[in-house]
Structure formats: structure tokens, C-alpha cells
Write a protein that binds this ligand. Structure first.
Ligand code: MSP
Length: 589
């Protein structure tokens, strides 16, 4: 059964609404790119507003970690950042899950929305705005927006018949479904629905959308997702229903309280209503003046059509600017399937953070999953990566260096880092890698940005091994003086790593900064300029060394048990965090 509109009824009922104008209101869309903003500009970025049908899983946390890393990087560049996240609380899916949990919808929303906030706190997510779509100030803005679109002649009433996926909250095209009308994302059959609804005249925006994409191809990122969007548009845009007659849990349609506004039409406006201040007048123009258009919508690839087709058309209809960029990342998968609440194959983020800490979780997913592509999770890989990079390459280098400085220089720097590095090629290497990290952060290649920072750590480790300052100290005289300079150089490298890694592992970076003798306030006021060589000065006293990242070890007893078991009954031992750092090498001791 194909989704179809009863057009004769549409024609009759459109008499109730204003006549469609022959051409849509001209959109004032922005064509600037992320890189072309000047420093004073506000950087507004959003995560999707998460459905509160169930508490967050690692897939929801992934977008938010990435968004937080980007927000922190933009703050380092000196931008005023408005980082928006929140929860999407209306619609059939939420009402059904509230009922299944024996709660009334609003109680259910309060509870689950709070679990998102709690997780964000545990993951060190520093958002600026948290919007809930059940907030009355959001409702007021949705209604005002609806009225504008209606006044522009883009809303009419008609019958609709089609196949609906409740988990996607979307009518599906028969062509895109699997056997037995199963939704390809949720692997569950869609249900046949017939409703009398209000429709948004999306088809009117086909040409303007084509123009937006051809004039500003960077609007959709990564570029391979742009092709997908262009194909949808080319295949012909059909009007979509923006109200529900059978769903009570939603914002009533203005002038027709028998219908509620479609959850997507409602939720997308959260990106604008989030901008309002509690003490400000709650209207669309005020909200828009406080930061619209958004610089970047960060979303998963499954909701690209809503953000790159429906949303821009809705904004054009209301005469508002389009966001500057929509970036659709890939999925975290388990055994190749999208991890998700509906499929029940999720990874528990609360457990992961409690076991391994926020830095490890943030670092692993940003470093391991190329931003834009899918990525599979395995605990073995997780432990291997964070141990090798955070505990060894970074943590151990700092620990060894501070140990040598304490033993030989009373934990005090003997010379300015700029003087220490005169004629030392490591400084140039670090500068190049810092630049590589910056350009990759800017282009949202977060994994490559991480890689560049790690390369700085590798370069520091190689320098330490080549110079072997522990040997030089033993030789005394000018050799010992050179060794003392080497330690200053490596600690400056560590300081630069701390700044450059702070968007991704803020807690780890703070620990490094503190051990280098800086205060929390000094850390909190760092900017990207602080990646320049030369902040560590003669006389600066280092703090007591302690591991900045504790190695994760399989518990020894469990490992022994495992060894005793017959081969095929062996289970993996449980990972534990061990409060010890890699030992110094024998030669250094
Ligand atoms: N409520 C809508 C968004 C409205 S935005 C105005 C929604 N919510 S959701 O909770 O289902 O999904 C939120 C985001 O989480 C989406 O971007 C989705 O892609 C992302 N993820 C959900 N599962 C995911 C993975 N397994 N991996 C990565 N991201 C995934 O859609």
C-alpha cells in the first residue's frame, strides 16, 4: 500500500486555509562555512533532542560527546559558544513507553529527561542550554511558528493513508521497507494508518532546496551524505503530514484542539526555543535574535532527511535563515547492527563511565570512530586503545619526566622552555602537529585531530628515549645541565598536549596542567593560543606526580581462573582500573 494523499479532499479543505502563494518566501540562507567565521562570532551548535522513551544509551551519548568536544574546541578559539542539547518528549512513541512503564507521560518525561542530564554530568558535557519540548515556552514558539507557516499558505488539511513506523515517528515509503513492511532501521513491521491531518507543502520547496544545496554544497556534511540528500530531493518531494488525530500527547494544533502537532515539526523548533532566556519575552523573534541561525546541527545519519530537507523547507516557509551546516555522523554498532533502544542491543554508558571514567569513554569513541562513519565497539579494543594512548604515551611520559625532575632538580624548571628548545627540531615537529590538530578539529575530523595530539606524545617519547636524560644526569656537569633542559622540553610538550587534548579529555588535561604547577583557574582560561611553545618558565615548580590516567587491567585473580578453564569455556576476565602507573624503566630508576 503506497502512502497517498486524497487530493480532491485536499482541494476542498485547502479552502479553509489561505491560498498557497505561487512562489515561496525567499529564504535568507547563509552560505558561510565553519572555517570562515571570524573570532567574535557566536558558534551555536546542537545535538538532536533525544527521545525519552528510554534512558540514554551509548549511541545517544556519542553525538553529545562529539558535540561537547567541538564546543570546547570552539571556546578555545575564543568564540562565544551556545551548545544546545535536550529531550524530545511528545508523540506516540513516548506516550506508549510511559504507559508501558505504568507512568503518566509527564512524570515519565521528567524522569527520563533527568537521566540524560545526569549522564551528561558524568561525561563532563558542558552544554549551555538544555531544552525540553514539554516546556511551555517551547510550546509557545512552536505555535507561533506554525501560525507563520500557515499564514504563508503552506499548511492545508487532507486525508493520509500509509505505513507508519512508530519508532521513527515517520510515514514510510513502501520502496524503502524490507520484507513484511519492516522498517530497515528498527527491523519491526510498520503499521497501516489512515488519518485526516494537516499537511506541510514541502513540494513547493523542491526548487529552493535544490538551489540551497547547489549554491552551498557544504550545507550537508560529510560530502557523501550530500549526494543522498540530493537524490531524495531529485526523486520528488511530497508534502508531509504535520499533525496527528490519534495522538493526545503533543502540542494542540492552533485552532483545532482535536489534533496535535507532529512530533518532528514540534521537536525541530527546540533548536530555536532553546535560545530563549527565562527572563526574556518568549517569542520567535526574540529567540531568533539570541543566536539563530545555528552554526552546526550534529545528528546521526538516520535523521538526515528531517534536518536537511524538512527543516530547511519549514524555515524558508517561516522566513527564517537556514542553519549553516548539518553533519550526519555514523552509527555505533554491535555485531554490525545499529545500537539502539528499540532494538535492545545497547551499551550502557553509565556503566562504562563508572568503570573507566569520562576521559577514557570520550577519548575512545572520538579516536576510534572516524567521524561520519560507523564504528563497532569491543571491550578488548577499548582497553587496548586507552591504555596505550592515555596511560602509556601520555601518562607514563609525564610521570617519568616529573620523577626525574624531582630526583635531579627539586621539581623545579631550570630554564625557560623557549631557551631550552633553541635549535631543537622537536619544537618544529610539535608546532606542525598542533597545526594538524587544529585544522582537523575545524573540519570536524575529530579522530585525526586526536591522532595528531597522540603523535605529539610519540614525538616526546622518542625524544626522551634518544636523549636518555637519566644517563646524562649520572654523567654530571654539562651533561646533567643538558638533561635538565631536556626535561623542560618534554614538560612543555606535555603542556601543549594538555591544551590540544582538552576538548576531548578535559579531566585528563586538567590533571596534566595541575601537575605542571598551574592552578584550576589558569587551566580554565586556556585558549588555543596556549598551544604555542613557551609557557613553561624558569623557576616554575611542578606538583607531586601521580598517574593522570590509571591503566585498566584485567583482574589478576580472574586472569588465573581463566587460564585454568578448558579452552572453549573461557570467558573474558572483567576489566578493572588499577591505581598504578607503568613502572619506570630499570635504567631510569
Ligand atoms: N528525537 C529525535 C531527534 C529530534 S531532533 C529535533 C531522535 N531521537 S533519538 O533519541 O532516537 O536519536 C537521537 C540521536 O541519537 C540521533 O542522531 C541518532 O542518530 C543517534 N543515535 C541513536 N542510536 C545511535 C547509534 N547506535 N549510534 C550513533 N548514534 C545513534 O531521533
Amino acid at each position: 500500500m503506497a502512502a497517498r494523499l486524497n487530493t480532491s479532499l485536499q482541494n476542498t479543505l485547502s479552502l479553509f486555509s489561505k491560498k498557497l502563494p505561487s512562489s515561496p518566501r525567499r529564504a535568507l540562507y547563509c552560505t558561510s562555512t565553519l572555517e570562515s567565521h571570524d573570532n567574535a562570532e557566536t558558534f551555536v551548535l546542537t545535538t538532536p533532542l533525544y527521545y525519552v522513551n528510554a534512558p540514554p544509551h551509548m549511541g545517544s551519548a556519542y553525538t553529545t560527546i562529539a558535540a561537547d568536544s567541538i564546543a570546547r574546541f570552539q571556546r578555545l578559539l575564543g568564540k562565544k559558544v551556545i551548545f544546545i542539547t535536550g529531550t524530545d518528549e511528545h508523540g506516540e512513541k513516548i506516550a506508549t513507553s510511559a504507559a508501558a512503564n505504568g507512568r503518566n507521560p509527564s512524570e515519565h518525561c521528567d524522569l527520563i529527561s533527568q537521566s540524560y542530564r545526569t549522564l551528561w554530568k558524568e561525561l563532563d558535557i558542558a552544554y549551555d542550554k538544555f531544552v525540553r519540548t514539554t516546556d511551555p515556552k517551547h510550546e509557545a514558539i512552536v505555535k507561533e511558528f506554525y501560525d507563520r507557516v500557515f499564514a504563508n499558505g503552506d499548511i492545508y488539511r487532507a486525508d493520509y493513508e500509509g505505513l507508519y513506523c512508530v519508532n521513527c515517528e515517520e510515514y514510510k515509503d513502501e520502496k524503502e521497507l524490507l520484507e513484511n513492511n519492516c522498517c530497515p532501521v528498527h527491523q519491526m513491521p510498520c503499521v497501516a494508518r489512515k488519518e485526516d491531518n494537516y499537511f506541510f507543502a514541502l513540494s513547493k520547496y523542491q526548487k529552493p532546496l535544490e538551489e540551497v544545496l547547489s549554491q552551498n554544497p557544504r550545507f550537508v556534511q560529510p560530502s557523501y551524505r550530500l549526494n543522498e540528500v540530493q537524490t531524495w530531493i531529485k526523486s520528488g518531494l511530497r508534502d508531509f503530514s504535520i499533525s496527528r488525530a490519534l495522538v493526545d500527547w503533543g502540542i494542540p494544533v492552533p485552532n483545532d484542539d482535536k489534533q496535535t502537532i507532529y512530533v518532528w515539526f514540534d521537536a525541530l523548533l527546540g533548536y530555536i526555543s532553546a535560545l530563549t532566556e527565562d527572563n526574556e519575552q518568549q517569542n520567535l523573534d526574540t529567540a531568533v535574535s539570541l543566536g539563530w541561525p545555528a552554526s552546526l546541527h550534529l545528528i546521526g545519519k538516520d535523521i538526515l532527511r528531517f534536518h536537511a530537507v524538512y527543516w530547511p523547507a519549514m524555515l524558508m516557509s517561516a522566513g527564517l535563515n537556514l542553519p549553516k551546516m548539518v553533519f550526519g555522523h555514523g552509527f555505533l554498532t554491535k555485531d554490525g547492527m545499529k545500537m539502539g533502544k528499540s532494538l535492545g542491543n545497547t551499551l550502557e554508558p553509565f556503566e562504562l563511565v563508572q568503570k573507566f571514567g569520562p576521559d577514557a569513554v570520550r577519548y575512545f569513541f572520538i579516536r576510534e570512530v572516524e567521524f561520519g562513519n560507523d564504528g563497532d565497539y569491543s571491550e578488548d579494543r577499548f582497553i587496548k586503545i586507552v591504555n596505550a594512548h592515555l596511560a602509556n604515551t601520555i601518562g607514563n611520559l609525564l610521570n617519568r619526566t616529573l620523577g626525574l625532575l624531582k630526583k635531579n632538580c627539586e621539581s623545579t624548571l631550570v630554564v625557560d622552555s623557549t631557551i631550552a628548545a633553541e635549535g631543537v627540531p622537536l619544537k618544529d615537529t610539535v608546532e606542525k602537529l598542533v597545526e594538524k590538530a587544529r585544522t582537523n578539529y575545524e573540519s570536524l575530523s575529530l579522530s585525526t585531530a586526536c591522532e595528531a595530539v597522540l603523535e605529539i606524545g610519540n614525538a616526546g617519547n622518542s625524544y626522551m628515549d634518544q636523549r636518555a636524560p637519566w644517563m646524562l644526569f649520572k654523567q654530571g656537569g654539562v651533561s646533567a645541565e643538558a638533561a635538565a633542559k631536556d626535561l623542560v622540553i618534554i614538560l612543555e610538550v606535555m603542556r601543549i598536549i594538555a591544551v590540544a587534548l582538552s576538548p576531548i579529555a578535559p579531566c585528563l588535561s586538567l590533571k596534566i596542567y595541575s601537575q605542571l604547577g598551574f592552578s584550576v583557574d589558569q587551566f580554565n582560561s586556556i585558549t588555543w593560543d596556549d598551544t604555542k611553545w613557551g609557557e613553561l618558565k624558569e623557576g616554575q615548580v611542578m606538583a607531586q606526580a601521580s598517574p593522570v590516567f590509571v591503566r585498566i587491567e584485567l583482574d589478576a585473580a580472574e586472569k588465573d581462573e581463566e587460564e585454568k578453564k578448558p579452552k572453549d569455556s573461557k570467558k573474558k576476565g572483567k576489566a578493572k582500573v588499577k591505581a598504578e602507573q607503568q613502572p619506570q624503566t630499570i635504567a631510569e630508576a
